[in-house]
Design a protein around this ligand. Structure first.
Ligand SMILES: [Zn+2]
Length: 417
């Protein structure tokens, strides 16, 4: 029986903030036994278990820390892509790289997620099967590892956007066989429902890939296979189709409208607004060669996106925190933390922001809950201070306690491939 006591000044339990510490959390064999007010002298009474490297500390022991919360959830990323690579030619050439090279990149990205305190990752798909191989490799890995759920390969219309993510479908008759083809490797079914944004003109590139009947068929077929659906989708036409068809989660969702949000609230369709990749275009316009006019357009797109995220929160649309890490300019791990700051900037309370990256995705996906409560398996992230005092502490992940073991975190740059 491995017992471990964590004493914190404050904690977020997955829904609410508890600021009147110190609190003692007692774990036995990795399961939380209870959380109680710690005696005032607890600070001096406990020994601090501080491993000198990234390996596990002895499970039996105690740790005094400023703040704890459930491990973070990254709702949308592409582990096979290095978002920090800014050379467009290198990125293009990489899509022809052999699988071992992609696996090395994905492994590095996985470590960057852990270093940021992320313990559950949803990979939004790649055509090359990297996320599927990674999931298999993780089963054999003994050290600290996140839970990984992934789309495997997504679905797209032949000739439309998303060749590096989805299998091409030529016509309506191809939909059901294609879903049965990708389903064995998918935890969630990813659909490329629209193209990407034409930043210069402030509109969508290309048509909506699947019409309403086709999208309904996708959702229904996925339902029969017990798969949730999540759709890459922006622009009013695509959003209308996604919401009307009852897609489980809308990813990106730029050019959102109050009417679509009301429909999403009614149907409890989640929204993952992924501010980070568009914000990067705005913040570093010189990289894509955007002129002042396009920068103004990007600013307008982002302002509207912030407003819609605030309205979504008000209307009760379940919000998810996903960074789309792997996209141009969005690094893994730090990208999700940036996304939390964007949700905060939209006006969400810190409780709502943290719920979007902990309890909400776990609940919607039917994943194991990680809330801090008696009887729950402990999946704890320890920060250097409370983000309710200063949000910058979100960038200072110190340790993860998971599977009954304490792992001290190293900065992402120090992690090896
Ligand atoms: Zn994506």
């Amino acid at each position: 029986m491995a017992a471990f006591r964590l004493v914190v000044d404050s904690y977020f339990d997955g829904a609410a903030y508890h600021a009147a510490g110190p609190y003692a959390m007692d774990m036995v064999d990795g399961v939380i036994q209870g959380v109680a007010a710690a005696p005032p002298d607890e600070n001096a009474a406990v020994a601090v278990a501080a491993p000198g490297d990234a390996s596990a500390a002895p499970a039996a022991g105690a740790l005094r820390a400023p703040f704890a919360m459930p491990g973070l959830v990254e709702s949308h990323c592409h582990l096979f892509l290095d978002g920090a690579e800014l050379n467009v030619q290198v990125r293009k050439a990489y899509l022809k790289a052999p699988l071992p090279e992609m696996m090395a990149v994905a492994w590095r990205n996985l470590q960057a997620n852990l270093a940021a305190g992320i313990t559950l990752i949803r990979d939004a798909g790649d055509f090359y099967g990297v996320n599927t191989h990674l999931k298999q490799n993780l089963r054999r890995h003994l050290g600290l590892k996140p839970e990984l759920r992934s789309a495997g390969r997504g679905l797209r219309k032949a000739g439309q956007y998303g060749g590096f993510i989805g299998v091409p479908i030529t016509d309506t008759a191809g939909i059901v066989p294609a879903i049965h083809g990708v389903a064995p490797e998918a935890d969630d079914l990813k659909i490329l429902l629209t193209g990407i944004i034409d930043f210069e003109h402030g509109r969508m590139k290309g048509p909506v890939q699947f019409n309403l009947d086709e999208t309904r068929l996708i959702v229904e077929t996925a339902r029969q296979l017990r798969l949730h659906t999540f759709a890459h989708c922006s622009g009013p036409e695509g959003l209308q189709v996604a919401a009307a068809a009852g897609i489980h989660s809308i990813e990106h969702g730029f050019f959102m409208s109050p009417d679509i949000l009301k429909m999403m609230a009614d149907k409890q369709i989640a929204w993952d607004p992924t501010f980070a990749p568009v914000y990067f275009q705005f913040a570093r316009p010189e990289l894509a060669g955007w002129n002042a006019e396009t920068v103004r357009r990007l600013d307008g797109i982002l302002k509207q996106h912030f407003e819609m995220a605030a309205l979504a929160d008000e209307l009760g649309v379940p919000l998810l925190a996903g960074s789309d890490a792997g996209s141009y300019g969005v690094a893994h791990g730090t990208g999700l933390i940036d996304e939390l700051f964007f949700l905060r900037q939209a006006g969400l309370s810190m409780e709502k922001v943290l719920a979007a990256a902990t309890s909400t995705p776990r609940r919607l996906w039917g994943a194991a809950p990680a809330n801090i409560a008696a009887g729950q398996p402990a999946d704890l992230l320890i920060l250097a201070g409370s983000p309710f005092d200063d949000p910058e502490f979100l960038r200072q992940a110190k340790a993860i306690y998971r599977g009954g073991e304490l792992f001290e975190l190293q900065p992402a740059a120090a992690s090896a491939a």
